[in-house]
Design a protein around this ligand. Structure first.
Ligand SMILES: CC(C)(COP(=O)(O)OP(=O)(O)OC[C@H]1O[C@@H](n2cnc3c(N)ncnc32)[C@H](O)[C@@H]1OP(=O)(O)O)[C@@H](O)C(=O)NCCC(=O)NCCS
Length: 168
């Protein structure tokens, strides 16, 4: 498996993985209308381009080396809100690629980069009902707060904020 940094040319791959992963991830948590709304808000070509070009988000892609299939991605931002924290904005693996250690590899890679950057914590938001919470706990994250974000059109994101301290 290879982990590479995505360029603007790779944005359709990220969009494709998100559209194939969100229905199973959020099908029992969010309405179909909210899933459509959030995918469009976060993964439209313009939104993804802005994340890379204007918002300092970096995307890493996980790729199977045997057949070149893309398995998933993670995105992160160093020095989030001028704090010594690296924010994990997104981590999504195709359903068939979950539970095989790829998520751990992507998270470990970002933790290593964050330590090199001298950031002291990883931080992320996760939906309160997402099974990924157990994954994050296993990876050393703990819940530090919760947050309800009004994303418009009457939709809310009801999240926990989880953090992991980093030791160099
Ligand atoms: C969440 C996600 C990124 C985790 O990646 P993954 O490759 O499936 O997880 P890994 O196989 O690397 O698991 C790492 C460890 O966490 C544990 N773990 C993973 N998911 C778990 C779960 N739902 N419950 C309990 N433990 C879990 C594994 O057992 C493993 O522990 P071990 O190393 O001691 O055996 C992936 O499953 C995914 O893309 N899910 C759907 C999208 C999603 O919810 N993204 C997060 C949005 S905030």
């Amino acid at each position: 498996m290879a982990i590479t940094e995505a360029t603007e040319q790779d944005l359709p791959i990220i969009r494709d993985i998100a559209y194939r992963t969100w229905p199973t991830t959020f099908g029992e948590i969010l309405s179909p209308a909210q899933i459509d709304y959030m995918l469009n808000m976060m993964y439209s070509p313009d939104a993804l381009t802005a994340q890379i070009k204007d918002k300092n988000h970096v995307f890493l892609l996980a790729q199977e080396t045997d057949n070149n299939e893309y398995l998933g991605f993670i995105s992160y931002e160093f020095d989030y809100k001028n704090q010594s924290k690296t924010k994990i904005h997104k981590i999504y693996l195709l359903p068939a690629s979950q539970g095989k250690g790829v998520g751990r590899l992507l998270l470990d890679k970002v933790a290593m980069l964050a330590i090199e950057r001298a950031n002291s914590h990883l931080s992320l938001n996760v939906n309160k009902y997402n099974k990924a919470i157990q994954f994050y706990e296993r990876m050393g994250f703990a819940t530090v707060d919760n947050e309800t974000i009004d994303i418009g059109e009457g939709f809310l994101m009801e999240d926990y904020i989880m953090e992991k301290p980093l030791i160099a």
